[in-house]
Design a protein around this ligand. Structure first.
Ligand SMILES: Cc1cc2nc3c(=O)[nH]c(=O)nc-3n(C[C@H](O)[C@H](O)[C@H](O)COP(=O)(O)OP(=O)(O)OC[C@H]3O[C@@H](n4cnc5c(N)ncnc54)[C@H](O)[C@@H]3O)c2cc1C
Length: 645
């Protein structure tokens, strides 16, 4: 990008303005904010926590807040939660690897038999499709992922990239699990760089087949969920060459196993073995040896090959075609992000409930410690913020006929939210685990197993570092073609608006910094040597956007929750300002004195949420609507005094 003198002038003017800021006034304002958020005794304007009255959360409890949070398919979600109260779905932490895989398969089979949704809902009713799969992650992540790979990655790809003949051949049999499916994109040598995969597909006119082949060990499909022992079909990504012309990666649905489950000739599969977690899923490695599949195996909505071996596609550019081939991954990405947010709901609820009943050093419950509040309450605010962003993401994502702009917007938004939600989840679950002391380490209390099972969510469905690059790239590209105004931070009115401006300021500041670096040549090396800045920019963008969404949502909060939600939104915002403090200090956007003031403001907000026996925070957790049989942890659904009895 050409940097203009105007840009320079604006930057200098901005810094000039910053240096004129009356830092003492800023500090005073922040203290006033801290005063405003001190305990207000507002218990009257919100519903009383179910937990404080009784240790169990009744599913019949329909709080207005719950309805505000859960906006679609409430009946079905409740029905699935009720269904999961079956003994088959109770946790068993004593299982062997084989035992857990068997149990996971049984769970998936029984769930699928209920017919809550169909793979066809992937396009027909995407909110229902997603709601059904989301509900599973509250129970067991292995079951959720095993179902997700089958229905979303494999089934969704067939729905999206296939045509009527594929739908007729596969979809009904996928709904009954007669044809369990897997998704073969990643290779041993090619993970994040999908465009670089090496598996080949060549058309053989003599037999009217495609020949799928694994030319090297690096090209073997790796990590393929379900391939280890159960999948009968696989959506395979392979580089298609027709009459010597490379056409880029295309997807073929191929049989791996026959109806009896035997691996077919031309296919070799090896189980990946035990993993850090998620051991109910049988991941495997697949090699194809000049494996002939019918011409109809090519999912041909966007590219087809006729009987004479002529290739045609409405999308001329292989790079663009590739974008279409992988666009189906967005749904999976959203499911992973939502599961991360839902895990935070469980983790925070367990940690908070335990902290309210657990005394240490005298009779004081440990939630009284500011260190405990600091770990749990901003996590609660972050969970709400991310949940609301996911609602927005789904709304944009499922809007019909949104056009290519909507597709781009959803790609960027879902990439950023996936990375932020799963990185938040790692930190939040770890904090929650520690907040429960030794009890957090007991598998029965669920947080530890969630940490292990979900650890992979930062890697699969798009590695987080790579996802944040997608977000930053779109901001840098936009900044290159237009002028960037720095938001004005008006310290005279410190509050919801000012916090929003601070978060937008950080995003704009980092966009400018990154864009300036990109002007250095060669561009690729400038990009690579500033990858850390790029990821920071991704974070700043998600923080600012998530805060904006939260602020906008305040307009529709049920009135009795309005003031509470405003505070929760402020807490989320201040917490993210604190996380990005280095940038504010480096560029002089905030004075050093702001650091303790923001700290005090956050502490005061935390104290507000835990006043009156933490009734506000507990009610916010109750509103998630997680029934005891899915919360599972004895320290959250009963008194810890009863453990071992
Ligand atoms: C349990 C599990 C289940 C899976 N299930 C499936 C499945 O069913 N089907 C399927 O196709 N795949 C599946 N995967 C594969 C998954 O999608 C890949 O692991 C993921 O895409 C990352 O690829 P990789 O492991 O090769 O890591 P790499 O891409 O090699 O990344 C390794 C490290 O390098 C960094 N890195 C890579 N590229 C860049 C870059 N450009 N800039 C900066 N840093 C970079 C990453 O941030 C990461 O830290 C699964 C993986 C796991 C672990």
């Amino acid at each position: 990008m050409e940097r203009t003198n105007k840009d320079d002038t604006q930057l200098h003017t901005y810094h000039g303005m910053r240096s004129n800021v009356d830092h003492r006034r800023v500090s005073r304002k922040l203290q006033v904010l801290a005063g405003h958020v001190a305990p207000l005794g507002e218990g009257r304007d919100m519903e009383t926590s179910q937990f404080s009255a009784s240790p169990t959360f009744s599913l019949s409890h329909k709080s207005t807040l719950h309805d505000w949070i859960v906006r679609d398919n409430r009946e079905m979600r409740r029905a699935i939660f009720d269904f999961l109260d079956d003994p088959l779905y109770r946790p068993n932490y004593y299982s062997s690897l084989e035992g857990f895989r068997e149990l996971t398969m049984q769970r998936v089979v029984k769930f699928v038999r209920q017919g809550f949704f169909s793979v066809r809902d992937y396009e027909r009713d995407p909110l229902k499709f997603q709601a059904a799969l989301e509900s599973l992650s509250f129970c067991d992540y292995s079951m959720a992922i095993k179902s997700g790979v089958h229905f979303t990655l494999c089934g969704g790809t067939i729905v999206k990239l296939g045509t009527a003949k594929h739908h007729a051949t596969f979809l009904d049999k996928m709904d009954t699990l007669e044809l369990p499916g897997c998704f073969g994109m990643t290779e041993l040598g090619h993970g994040s760089n999908v465009m670089g995969i090496e598996t080949t597909a060549a058309y053989d006119p003599g037999s009217d087949t495609f020949v799928i082949h694994t030319p090297t060990n690096d090209a073997s499909k790796f990590w393929i969920g379900g391939a280890g022992s159960t999948a009968k079909i696989c959506a395979v990504f392979a580089q298609l060459t027709i009459k010597g012309v490379w056409q880029g990666p295309h997807v073929f649905v191929v049989r791996l196993r026959d109806d009896a489950g035997n691996i077919l000739p031309g296919v070799r599969i090896k189980d990946n073995g035990p993993k850090q977690g998620l051991n109910g899923v049988d991941n495997g490695q697949i090699w194809f040896d000049h494996y002939k599949v019918p011409r109809d195996s090519l999912l041909d909505k966007y590219a087809s090959v006729d009987g004479q071996g002529n290739y045609s596609s409405p999308i001329a550019d292989p790079q663009q075609r590739f974008g279409t081939m992988v666009s189906g991954l967005t749904t999976g990405r959203m499911l992973i992000a939502q599961a991360a947010v839902d895990a935070c709901k469980s983790g925070v609820t367990i940690a908070l409930r335990y902290s309210c009943t657990r005394p240490q050093f005298g009779q004081t419950p440990i939630i009284e410690y500011i260190t405990q509040q600091r770990r749990i309450i901003p996590a609660l605010a972050t969970t709400y913020a991310m949940h609301l962003s996911m609602l927005k993401c789904k709304n944009i994502g499922w809007k019909k006929n949104g056009g290519s702009n909507a597709a781009k917007q959803i790609h960027v938004l879902s990439s950023g939210l996936k990375a932020a939600a799963t990185w938040h989840r790692v930190r939040i679950l770890q904090e929650c685990r520690e907040c429960c002391g030794g009890m957090g380490f007991l598998a029965a209390n669920k947080i530890g197993p969630m940490l292990n099972d979900m650890n992979v969510d930062v890697t699969f469905e798009g590695d987080n570092t790579v996802m944040m690059q997608q977000v930053a790239k779109s901001l840098i590209d936009r900044s290159m073609s237009g002028h960037l105004d720095m938001p004005v931070v008006d310290y005279q009115n410190l509050g919801l608006g000012c916090i929003g401006n601070l978060l937008s300021w950080r995003c704009t500041c980092l966009t400018r910094a990154a864009a300036m670096e990109m002007q250095k040549s060669p561009k690729q090396s400038a990009y690579e040597s500033n990858m850390d800045l790029i990821v920071d920019l991704g974070w700043a963008s998600v923080d600012a956007e998530t805060y904006t969404i939260f602020s906008e949502e305040l307009a529709s909060v049920p009135h009795q929750w309005k003031s509470t939600m405003e505070k929760l939104c402020m807490l989320y915002g201040l917490h993210r300002v604190e996380a990005g403090m280095t940038t504010y200090l480096e560029h002089g956007a905030l004075p050093g004195q702001a650091v303790p003031s923001i700290r005090h403001a956050i502490n005061s907000l935390c104290t507000y949420f835990v006043s009156s026996n933490a009734s506000v925070a507990l009610s916010l957790c109750d509103a998630f609507g997680i029934p005891d049989h899915l919360l599972q942890a004895p320290i959250a659904v009963d008194t810890w005094h009863n453990i071992g009895q």
